[in-house]
Ligand binder design. Sequence first.
Ligand SMILES: [Zn+2]
Length: 406
Amino acid sequence: MTVVVNNLPGGAAELAQTPPAGASGGFDRRRFRPSKTVAVLAHCSRLADALKLARPRPSHRPLAAGLIVVFSLSLAGLIKTLPPSAPAASEPAAAVAGRQDVAPQLIDLEAQVDALMQTQAGLGVRVVEPPAAAARLRAIRLIAAAGDAAAAQSELAALRRDLAGWQAATTAAASQQAAARHHRVLAPASGSYGPVTAPILMYHYPPADFENQLKTLTAKGYSAIDLDQLTLALKYGSPLPPKPVIITFDDGFSNQMLAFDLLVKYQMKATFYIVTGGAASRYCIGANRQPGRPCGDAYLNWDEIRRLDASGLVTIGAHTVDHLALVSQTPAGRQHQIAGSKAEIEARLGHPIRHFAYPGGSFNAEVAAAVQAAGFATATTTRPGMAHPAGKLYELQRVRSAYTLP
Ligand SMILES: [Zn+2]
């Protein structure tokens, strides 16, 4: 459930709010003017759902209330019997096991590759170009996404061998530098590249004119890149195409498949931030939303998310378990929302999930640190802007329309 209501027809775009720095973002009913609220409700049943969820109305009919209680209790029992991390029953056990074995190995290799990149950046050597190493990791993620665990294992082994070679060559370069230390010119430390200008478009429900926005981007000379490419540019100064743009969709609404069809048509990359869904949101939202429950919107299911993931165009990111404002969570609650959503998506897709979006734009320094500690490479906010400063990988700014871009 998002309650950021941009991208709606009917001129409701201005209702979306951007929280001030460090403030809790998200939905605030008091900021809606009644006339606009009516206009939005007319266009937006999900907002109506959001209002219901935010403040359930007490029932004045005891019988109905009793039935609801009985229904809720039986549903709660049902939910308890359906652990959200359990893989779909239709999948062969071997496929599930193979997938779950690849993800932790890839996470470990990503960390090793990143450490090597940082060492190289510190030494000012390039035994392996960061984009080349990243492409190897990405290829394995795609193989894992396609469900071929055996091929993924073989590629993991090959990358491990190559990594050992790169590490040895980097160590040799470091020794040479140590021998000629007084001649050494210090290279920029990793993370010091920036600002990097790359507008990150933020969508929720696909706008009616989404195809036209894609055409506009192309006409203006933009190339859709992914967040891994932006990460490499900000951390290691890796080159980007002349006018890079990043397309993101928050919340994982089921009608985002319409946007996916257009992304395929125009062969443009995008990131979809998935809410997994859990107990705190009563399984009304996210990929674990219980089918048939009289609550919430329609969300992408895990089969659809796997299809996006295996397309080669889509990066799947995480957007917490329950779409709560993270600044108001306890450290344990925050950990559950951030690391819990990452772990479940990784178990479902069989590869690392590297990118995160703060629900409602709600973040502060502690939240950003928790996202980084959980192993994410970036996090996107709802702050407006398109020039990302060096070292600000967890405060990426976004824009709301292709038409406003230069
Ligand atoms: Zn959201």
